[in-house]
Design a protein around this ligand. Structure first.
Ligand code: C2E
Ligand code: MG
Ligand code: MG
Ligand code: MG
Length: 288
């Protein structure tokens, strides 16, 4: 209760006297409970990664993988990231999760490499809080060295909104990531409000068209035009373009006709566990 009172007072500012309603207590207790559970899940090994391939034109040409976190809760079952990442992002817990993901992804890559499989790049999703923190770059460089993996095999996905919060700091951190040869993608592109000048100032490599535009790119002319515009924008800024959430052949055909070459989505591959990915990474299967 003391913890809760302090938390609430901090949230609301020191000068305001706060009265507790049952609802406040309920909300905060739930939040603290969930944070505690996330911490426990990290130490008990209840998280795992799945990997979704990104392909060049065709299903079999795997260019890279995206690591996506899964929480297998002993009682509640599989909890999707949309239900715990936003809560974790409200505190430094997200840094613990992101670090767990980076470590796990690089460890997995080392293991595939040791098995003699084809190496493709792995993308991890990072929260904005983590991107601008001082600890990100030292953590990544230490892990790359530990697992003996070159930075060019790691990709960072950042959502657009993050770029707007502290552009100067983003530029600094991204420069350090580029010095390690790490690739940088803007995830869910088109849903935020990046100005063109921001895009020009940041050392980006890839734009990922948000799946909300892909969904009806073959049936709604507005969405077709948005996809076309994003693809042209990427081309003129010399960025690679990835369409995410591609589910059908007509969507893929439309995107191809607009100039998109890299695809991710259920139509090609669903996110898979590492042992299934290993089967796809057998030499000669992949044209990376
Ligand atoms: P995202 O990075 O944009 O990931 C794409 C999401 O779309 C994933 O959902 C993926 O499973 C799903 N997806 C892929 N292909 C298709 C498709 O064809 N159709 C549809 N309907 N969905 C598709 P997921 O794994 O539930 O992740 C949701 C979001 O949670 C991610 O969006 C990302 O923002 C966040 N997230 C996931 N893993 C991590 C993580 O390790 N760290 C952080 N910070 N965030 C993560
Ligand atoms: Mg992503
Ligand atoms: Mg996305
Ligand atoms: Mg998303």
């Amino acid at each position: 209760q003391a913890d809760i009172a302090m938390y609430w007072a901090k949230e609301k500012g020191r000068d305001n006297a706060q009265f507790f309603s049952a609802e406040m207590v309920n909300v905060i207790t739930k939040k603290f409970g969930f944070e505690k559970e996330i911490n426990e899940a990290l130490s008990l090994g209840h998280f795992h990664l799945v990997f979704q391939p990104k392909v060049f034109m065709e299903k079999d040409n795997i260019l890279g993988l995206e690591a996506l976190i899964r929480w297998n809760h002993p009682i509640k079952g599989l909890i999707p990231p949309s239900e715990f990442i936003p809560i974790a992002e409200e505190s430094s817990l997200i840094i613990k999760i992101d670090e767990w993901v980076i470590n796990q992804a690089l460890k997995q890559q080392k293991s595939w490499r040791d098995q003699g499989l084809t190496i493709v790049s792995i993308a991890v999703n990072l929260s904005g809080r983590h991107l601008v923190s001082d600890s990100l770059v030292p953590y990544i460089s230490q892990k790359l060295e530990y697992y003996g993996i070159e930075g060019c095999w790691l990709e960072i996905e950042i959502t657009e909104g993050v770029l707007l919060k502290d552009i100067q700091r983003c530029i600094e951190v991204m420069a350090e990531l580029k010095a390690l040869d790490i690739k940088i993608s803007v995830d869910d592109f088109g849903t935020g409000y990046s100005s063109l000048s921001y895009l020009k100032r940041l050392p980006l490599d890839i734009l990922k068209i948000d799946q909300s535009f892909v969904e009806e790119c073959d049936s709604h002319v507005e969405d077709t035009k948005i996809c076309e515009t994003i693809i042209h924008l990427a081309q003129s800024l010399e960025l690679a373009i990835v369409a995410e959430g591609v589910e059908t052949a007509p969507q893929a055909e439309m995107l191809k006709s607009l100039g998109c070459e890299i695809f991710q989505g259920y139509y090609y591959h669903k996110p898979m566990k590492s042992n299934e990915i290993a089967k796809l990474l057998i030499k000669d299967y992949v044209v990376a």
